[in-house]
Design a protein around this ligand. Sequence first.
Ligand code: C6P
Length: 412
Amino acid sequence: MTISSEKWRADFPILHQVVNDEPLVYLDNAATSQKPTAVLKAVEEYYHTSNANVHRGVHTLAERATTQYENARETVRRFIHANETAEVLFTRGTTTSLNWLAQSLGDAIVEPGDEIVISYMEHHSNIIPWQQLAKRKQAKLVYIELTGDGQLDMDDARKKITDKTKIVSLTHVSNVLGSITPIKTIAELTHAKDGVMVVDGAQAVPHMPVDVQALDADFYAFSGHKMLAPTGIGVLYGKREWLDKIEPIEFGGEMNDFVGLESSTWKELPWKFEAGTPNISGAIGLAKAIDYLEIIGMSEIMEHEQEIVDYLMPKLAKIEGLTVFGPKNPKDRTGVIAFNLDSVHPHDVATAMDMEGVAVRAGHHCAQPLMTYLEQQSTARASFYLYNTRADADKFVEALIATKEFFAYGLD
Ligand code: C6P
């Protein structure tokens, strides 16, 4: 194995418990990851020693809190290889980041008749904000097709990204198929047509190295809670040239420079986008989570997940009546595996697996257009992370076979 997942899992107190009389095997990491003690302690330490509002006070605690919050921004900048901290905006998460963009960027550049290009494998958070924008602006939402094994169809992408394209917004990694989108190539196609490249990185940043400059993304959104950090903190990266041009979406305290009776002016980047008291402890927790991920190494985490998928695929292929969605080659995906058992509802699969201590998600995974595309109502989904071991993968297969047998008897 690339990384010592046994060793790392010791840092996650929540994993060491018994659920339904079985040791917990947590395989719902695409929904949210668990948090290591280092992150929990960093948040606790902040509240014990430094809690104050940021950018407002001159007293010692206020300065301490402000320094920690801004240091967290620098940690994020370094992690995603942004050019400067001004390009790193703290948000509540990917959903907020994409909503901000669809309003702010959308209102600035989209005109009637323009096209916004997304794909059939997008999460609702990367569909609905653009749908709403398209309605407001009488623009058109265009969907890129997928290949047979659930990857972005690059031939179709070349057809759909045209002179009419204003924005292309794609997921870097699908939360259902696990497939990895070649963002750099798409960004080249987009820029050749003078379009703006937006990336939903919710399922990528926690699992693989991401360099926003190498990808040449104009905007890149992700959530802290899927990468070991607390909930309620996320990031919107944007190139300065774009952030300087677009207006904030939220207005109020701290984002302003001068407030007059009729109009106001905004602070410089990144603060012009961060109205109100931010999630200070969340940002500090996110920075600690990044430190933790960097100790393990993002390439190593990616390889670890791909090794688990590689280990699992032949075992899953032997289970009759099991359909696994997404790319067959582990190199084309991360550790997200959506699957269905013939004649068993995915919710029943997830409930039965929970009885074995195995936590998987079932449902449409906030990707209903993808479900329609795959001709499925819903699927079950196992998603692995750095602390999942081969033993977890074995337990997953065991629980899946037990579930299948249980329902086969039930049907007889
Ligand atoms: N997907 C899942 O179980 P938020 O909720 O804002 O942190 O992230 C939204 C989001 C956006 N894009 C992608 C690709 C995502 O996977 C998610 C969150 C979770 O798949 C919850 S639905």
